[in-house]
Design a protein around this ligand. Structure first.
Ligand SMILES: Cc1cc2nc3c(=O)[nH]c(=O)nc-3n(C[C@H](O)[C@H](O)[C@H](O)COP(=O)(O)O)c2cc1C
Length: 344
């Protein structure tokens, strides 16, 4: 009897996004897709060494599989932070070598680390020795105007020898001078071909591609070349897309969830979070504002869920007000069938 080869855990993931992919956001995303790997926001080693570990690492059991992304460069600190991540139950530790922001450059981590593959290798080795969960790296294809493929090839080669076998490649350079982090996600051109070439040169490594991916068709195209696809902004802004992923990319049974059902579960989660530690509903609701994107009434629905004047109300009341703007959700098939009957 032949069995299908297991699908890579990195086949599809939601990118780490500062201030966006916090535990509340990941809880929401997990309602939409059971299989997709979710990444935390970047947590710096400094924040873990000097700040509240609980505040930075706490997450909901439901979020698995979930990967902790670390920012840092000092091997001993990275090892200690990775160990904490494993103790808190994360399924993977990821090192950020792709973030271009000034703050990150001054701390000597993020994308500028690509210029120091030896230091990254030392950090990776320290983490691999410290934990049993996979240690992975997210990086760019180059820094500043370095256009050569050899630069990223040598980076991946050096870091993989230290024990990392999974690379998430944001397929554009990071320009460390003169561009804001936001511009650095838009201006340097995307060159997916370099990620594909990495897969051809290192067939034993897991290579994922990231950057500017917005449709399932594009995901298909990339999966024909590499092992995984990481989606960032599109998943955040248009989260309903993720409800097609378990079936389409993991062979799971079709998703039966509705937006109403998801919203209801989120309201229950808001109540739970408030009872647990006083978390206000709007710290959670802000992540689900894209849930009804493209539907009639969505704009007013979104306005209710982001209305500052409603902050003192319990989330169930805000929900009722938001619902008042939406028509009952019917699938397009049902809609078509009703229309056909009406035409008879
Ligand atoms: C608001 C925001 C915050 C981000 N924060 C991080 C981060 O903490 N760590 C990281 O590696 N990348 C971060 N990124 C970059 C994303 O992970 C991703 O590489 C980038 O957005 C390109 O993918 P996309 O075009 O699918 O969004 C961030 C992106 C956004 C939009």
């Amino acid at each position: 009897m032949s069995s299908e080869p297991a699908l890579s855990p990195w086949r599809l993931s939601v990118a780490p996004m500062m201030d966006w992919t916090d535990r509340h956001c990941r809880y929401f995303h997990r309602l939409l897709t059971r299989k997709t790997l979710l990444y935390t926001e970047m947590v710096t080693t400094g924040a873990l060494m000097h700040g509240s570990v609980q505040r930075h690492l706490r997450f909901n059991e439901e979020e698995h599989p979930v990967a902790l992304q670390l920012g840092g460069s000092e091997p001993a600190d990275l090892a200690a932070a990775a160990r904490l991540g494993e103790q808190w139950g994360y399924d993977e530790i990821n090192l950020n070598c792709g973030c271009p922001s000034d703050r990150v450059q001054r701390g000597a981590f993020g994308a500028c680390l690509m210029a120091e593959p030896g230091l990254v290798a030392d950090g990776v080795k320290a983490m691999v020795d410290a934990v049993t969960v996979p240690v992975t790296v997210k990086h760019r294809i180059g820094i500043d105007r370095t256009e050569s493929y050899e630069f990223v090839r040598d980076f991946v080669g050096t870091v993989s020898e230290a024990g990392c076998s999974v690379f998430m490649v944001h397929a554009r350079n990071a320009w460390l001078q003169g561009l804001s982090p936001k511009e650095n996600r838009e201006v340097p051109p995307l060159r997916y071909e370099l990620a594909y070439q990495l897969k051809r040169d290192f067939p034993h490594l897991t290579i994922g591609v990231n950057g500017g991916i917005t449709t399932n068709e594009q995901i298909d195209t990339h999966l024909a070349q590499v092992d995984g696809v990481m989606v960032g902004r599109e998943a955040y802004h248009h989260p309903w897309l993720m409800t097609s992923w378990d079936e389409r990319f993991f062979g799971a049974s079709p998703s039966l969830i509705t937006r109403e059902g998801v919203e209801e579960q989120m309201v229950a989660y808001m109540e739970r979070a408030h009872a647990e530690d006083g978390c206000p509903w709007y710290a959670i609701a802000r992540h689900m504002l894209g849930l009804r994107h493209g539907l009639r009434g969505a704009r007013l629905w979104r306005q209710v869920w982001s209305d500052h004047r409603l902050k003192p109300l319990p989330p169930r009341e805000v929900w009722a007000m938001a619902q008042a703007h939406m028509e009952p959700e019917v699938s397009e098939d049902v809609d078509d069938a009703l229309r056909a009957v009406a035409l008879l």
